[in-house]
Design a protein around this ligand. Structure first.
Ligand code: ADP
Ligand code: MG
Length: 617
């Protein structure tokens, strides 16, 4: 092929590919245009994940009738005149590419009326070519409908993900814009259903509640700079909400950063947020954050990425320090005021839920955010050794009286139900080490038992036995609690209601992003129902990889893990005896349901050998 200059249509399609990758990119560009137009209300309607239709309506300034076709020309913008303007850019758009790009790869209709004109304009383009233009009556503002995205670029069309994925991306796009602009009322409808709405109250917290859910929001701390930092960092403002150390996630997807009102992806800044939690979160856990970073426009270059989702700072280190410092200070301050968030003493929350199994609930240090709390077990140990309250001392429970039993060797009677055969020898509890391991003695020597792993195994077998026998595994709520979750999670929950019901979580959809919790697995009866549901959410998400365990199986494991005693909990002798007694009758007492060992065994011979006693006679 000889060299020739590409036809305008081809150039347009190539350029469109850079800006418009998927339906969510269309939404992002159009919503940004609506925001730049000064809208106070923006409605986004999407059908079939954006494949069929995306419609964005705003009440912004609109476009002058004479300029409507021009808006669709490439590099046509009202937001920039000279190269110098780029340095002080205040608007979200400035490249003049979005409308041209979207029009090139779809069938697009726009109805717009400028606020200073009396009639509006309707314009229609197909694959970038103008097919219709006429005057129409319309309210001030702009409505753009994008149909059949990528209909003329089959390669792109093929790469579109499943509707659900695209819907989630669109949700993310809209909710991020809503967080950046709390003063704008956003509504998102997917397939005719309202799935998100912000109030436009101007309060960032109001939007964060809508996006992350009230439960999560309650676990967050407001970040506001107390004292400006010195030097360049002083001209950087950081504010928003971040999670307390007790609230975390296994991925970074909930670290949401905005630079001058623009949602951005920036690994460096994400790292700065994570760094602020150094030693406060367990390995592999990440905070939740909604952080606004305000930087003087001349210190940041927003023109480094066609989709404008990345920025370049003149002094990245200064921004890093400002973010890390501000967040750290907020988190530390809160952590000191409430060092034992979620530890014992938050009783009363379990009201209405009956305890299904043998060990008294007050004996548990309920670590509410189970896998995610501070990684310092010593704190829990300390907490438990503090003097008991009169209420605790007066308890009727006979097991509780064994707490200070002078004869720790006594093996208490088992519960009255029929006993399964022993799979372990009879063990005598000697004590506990590290608030994590039970030391026991049996005919064959010394046993060290991981209290959490062992209890997980016990609960798992109990659960499975009941599940297989009668299927009664749920604990009805006396009073149904409501659960409000962020929109993406709500969709996920809705999809997986049957799987959840199969293992004891009965949820009833109850309006937008809200569910009534009718029951939870009986094993979790002394846990907060809302938190119990939240705890299994990540397992619903992780359902994608083929060949993995069913969601039900995963939820069961999660429930057992959550219900089991934790490492870091001081156990009474009777509790330890309870665990050992039940473990002795498990089918597979030697491993936890995740396959880790529950116990180490050191034989009498081995002990003797180690102490140089064997053969020494
Ligand atoms: P950019 O946003 O980079 O300027 P676009 O292609 O997205 O480029 O939009 C081109 C122009 O069309 C904008 O500069 C603006 O003047 C006008 N425009 C687009 N959308 C709207 C809208 N919703 N309300 C008012 N004007 C709009
Ligand atoms: Mg734009």
């Amino acid at each position: 092929m000889g060299i020739s200059i590409l036809a305008e249509q081809v150039i347009a399609k190539i350029a469109a590919g850079e800006v418009i990758e998927r339906p969510a990119s269309v939404i992002k560009e159009l919503v940004e245009n609506s925001l730049d137009a000064g809208s106070t209300g923006i409605t986004v309607e999407v059908d079939e994940g954006g494949r069929r239709l995306m419609k964005i309506s705003d009440n912004g300034c609109g476009i002058l009738a004479a300029e409507v076709p021009l808006a669709f020309a490439r590099h046509a913008t009202s937001k920039l005149r000279t190269a110098e303007d780029l340095i002080h850019i205040q608007t979200l758009g400035f490249r003049g590419e979005a409308l041209a790009s979207i029009a090139a790869v779809s069938r697009l209709t726009m109805i717009t009326r400028h606020q200073d004109e009396t009639t509006g304009t309707q314009i229609r383009l197909e694959g970038g070519s103008l097919t219709q233009q006429k005057s129409v009556g319309a309210p001030a503002g702009t409505v753009i409908s994008v149909e059949n995205l990528f209909y003329n670029t089959p390669a792109r069309l093929k790469f579109l993900k499943a509707d659900e994925t695209e819907k989630r991306q669109i949700m993310t796009t809209v909710t991020r814009c809503a967080m950046a602009y709390p003063g704008v009322r956003f509504v998102l409808l997917q397939d005719g259903r309202e799935v998100f709405r912000s109030t436009g109250s101007g309060q960032p917290g109001d939007v964060v509640v809508k996006v992350l859910g009230l439960e999560t929001f309650r676990g967050m701390i407001e970040v506001a700079e107390e004292e400006p930092l010195r030097g360049l960092a002083g001209s950087i403002q950081v504010y928003g909400y971040v999670s307390e150390p007790g609230l975390s996630r296994k991925d970074r997807t909930r670290i949401m950063l905005f630079v001058n009102g623009r949602p951005v992806h920036d690994n460096g800044l994400t790292y700065a947020v994570t760094q602020a939690y150094h030693t406060l979160l367990m390995k592999g856990r990440h905070p939740v954050a909604v952080l606004m970073i305000q930087v003087p426009p001349e210190f940041v270059d927003v023109n480094v990425h066609p989709a404008k989702s990345e920025v370049r700072f003149q002094d990245p280190a200064a921004v890093f320090v400002a973010v890390q410092r501000t967040v750290r200070e907020a988190v530390i301050e809160r952590a000191q005021a409430r060092p034992l968030r979620g530890a014992a003493g938050e009783g009363g929350r379990a009201g209405g839920w009956k305890l299904p199994y043998g060990i008294a609930p007050d004996e548990y240090v309920t670590q509410r955010e189970m896998p995610l709390a501070l990684d310092d077990p010593g704190q829990y140990a300390l907490q438990r050794s503090s003097p008991r309250t009169p209420h605790e001392a007066d308890r009727e429970d006979p097991a509780a009286r064994l707490v200070d039993d002078p004869d720790p060797t006594a093996i208490p009677e088992g519960p009255g139900r029929p006993q399964k055969p022993r799979t372990l020898p009879l063990l005598r509890v000697v004590g506990q080490v590290g608030a994590a391991y039970v030391v026991a003695e049996g005919p064959a020597g010394l046993y060290l038992i991981d209290q959490h792993a062992a209890h997980e195994r016990i609960l798992y077998e109990q659960f499975m036995a009941r599940y297989e026998a009668q299927g009664i595994i749920a604990q009805q709520a006396l009073e149904a609690q409501t659960l409000v979750v962020p929109p993406p999670e709500a969709r996920l929950l809705e999809e997986k209601l049957p799987a959840l019901a199969a293992v004891g979580f009965t949820l009833e959809p109850f309006g937008t992003n809200t569910f009534l919790i009718r029951s939870i697995p009986a094993m979790l009866a002394d846990h907060d129902p809302v938190e119990a549901v939240l705890a299994v959410l990540p397992d619903l998400e992780a359902d994608k990889t083929p060949g993995q365990a069913s969601i039900e199986a995963k939820i069961i494991l999660r429930v057992c893990k959550r219900a089991a005693v934790k490492a870091g909990q001081i156990l009474s002798i009777s509790e330890m005896q309870g665990i050992i007694r039940q473990l002795e009758r498990c089918q597979s007492p030697h491993t936890c349901p995740h396959g880790r060992p529950t116990m180490l065994h050191i034989s009498g011979d081995q002990l003797a050998r180690e102490f140089g006693r064997l053969g020494a006679e």
